[in-house]
Design a protein around this ligand. Structure first.
Ligand SMILES: [Ca+2]
Ligand SMILES: [Ca+2]
Length: 428
């Protein structure tokens, strides 16, 4: 009734304030004239348009109905509807590059395709297509196809199911990322340097087929954990024997600015590992270990520790990894390495999230018992230009131009393999 009273007041005020010429012959307004009649009169006098008349009538009718029956008042906004299952989302990652190596011939291979003879020039470094979504609130899936440089066929890179129905952990099954290390499990769209360090390419387990438990409740006073068991034979391959790859990873945040992690893995009697398929096979098996893998007799044991520290525009990542390879019939080989990368957002046109400066240092030693051409020390100077604005977070922006210059020093038989890489990438 209060609103009706206001309405009447407004109408009467309008009438009073209207030019007096319109009231030359005052209308015979009866004391019991209804509000609707008053509106009709004002319309006749040209003080209200037909649309205003109609709108006011509807408003009065609604208020009268509400006054007569308050229960017909409109219901509060309903909660957002549940998504219609199954849900599906697509993502695309493209990385196109130009690289130039000093002398692109017979250089040692350190995990980047630009290192291989004939590997520089223009290339589509990554072409990835993702389908992700949920079948039900507690069941998700992820499929990733790749057609990267060097692959002549599109192939299945990731195919995993995720069960989130437990309170304490999520179960992930399929072809997935083994939980070991930091840089290798981070999408290269978000790496600080354009390419991973050699130690990340060669020593951690990578994609494998098996089961992973991702803890959702902290343990040991605040640590997150992941546990893995799988074939240990890489993508798309069955297990040749009854030994499996086991891996575990713990991560924590001692301070809001510091993340730390540590991982351990064991792969007994294996026929495959990134060390075997990437380092040994592509460098001509310098230590004579490939026959042990062919016979599925190599035992690998690895551990690592990593940290990521961020404060405002500055970010520093470091990681050390060590692997022992026991071929059974001869002496074990120990391999190790580390990287230390710094990233700083430079002031640029009044912002500080568009242009990064990157400084990187890494060491890799595939056999600590010998000094040879595969002992690497490398320095990187780089810049990233974020097309969308990067934000000061790892997941801030995968859409950027990158420029890296990498100086590569081998302990023996130094070769001219320094390289310049320009990359234009997007991830959406
Ligand atoms: Ca060495
Ligand atoms: Ca060199």
């Amino acid at each position: 009734m209060t609103r009706s009273f206001c309405l009447i007041s407004i109408l009467l005020m309008s009438a009073v304030l209207a030019p007096t010429a319109l009231w030359a012959e005052p209308p015979p307004v009866a004391a019991d004239t209804s509000l609707a009649e008053l509106i009709d009169i004002l319309t006749e006098r040209g003080l209200l348009s037909a649309e205003e008349q109609q709108a006011l009538r509807e408003r009065i009718a609604a208020e009268e109905q509400l006054a007569a029956a308050p229960e017909t008042a409109p219901a509060p906004e309903p909660a957002p509807a549940e998504p219609e299952y199954p849900t599906m989302r697509t993502k695309v990652r493209l990385e196109t590059r130009f690289s130039s190596v000093q002398e692109d011939e017979n250089q040692p291979y350190f995990g980047s395709r630009d290192d291989r003879t004939g590997g520089d020039g223009f290339a589509v470094r990554r072409a990835r297509f993702y389908l992700t979504g949920d079948l039900r609130p507690e069941t998700g899936y992820k499929i990733q196809y790749q057609s990267d440089w060097g692959h002549d066929k599109v192939n299945l890179h990731v195919a995993q199911m995720e069960w989130r129905g437990w309170d304490c952990a999520d179960l992930v099954a399929g072809q997935l990322q083994a939980p070991f290390g930091y840089e290798i499990v981070t999408s290269d769209a978000y790496l600080l340097c354009i390419d991973r360090a050699a130690v990340s390419n060669f020593l951690p387990a990578d994609k494998d087929i098996g089961l992973r438990l991702d803890g959702t409740r902290p343990i040991l006073g605040g640590l997150q954990y992941q546990l893995y068991m799988g074939n240990g034979s890489g993508k798309g391959l069955a297990n040749p024997n009854s030994s499996y790859l086991w891996a575990a990873r713990l991560t924590g945040n001692p301070t809001p600015e510091l993340s730390v992690g540590a991982s351990y893995s064991s792969n007994r009697n294996t026929d495959f590992s990134p060390y075997q398929s990437r380092f040994l096979a592509k460098n001509g098996d310098p230590y004579g270990l490939l026959p042990a893998y062919t016979a599925a007799q190599a035992d690998e044991t690895s551990w690592e520790a990593d940290f990521q520290w961020r404060r405002g525009p500055l970010m520093v990542w470091g990681e050390y990894i060590r692997t022992e390879i026991d071929p059974g019939s001869s002496t074990s080989v120990e391999a190790d390495g580390y990287y230390l990368d710094a990233h700083y957002f430079l002031p640029y046109r009044g912002t500080q999230d568009k242009l990064d400066l990157i400084l990187g240092y890494q060491r890799f030693d595939p056999n600590r018992a010998v000094s040879d051409q595969y002992d690497l020390a490398a320095y990187t100077l780089g810049f990233n230009y974020h097309l969308q604005g990067g934000g000061h977070s790892r997941q801030g922006c995968g859409d950027m131009f990158r420029l890296n210059y990498v100086w590569m020093e081998e302990a023996q038989g130094e070769v001219d393999n320094d390289k310049l890489i320009l990359q234009y990438q997007t991830f959406f």
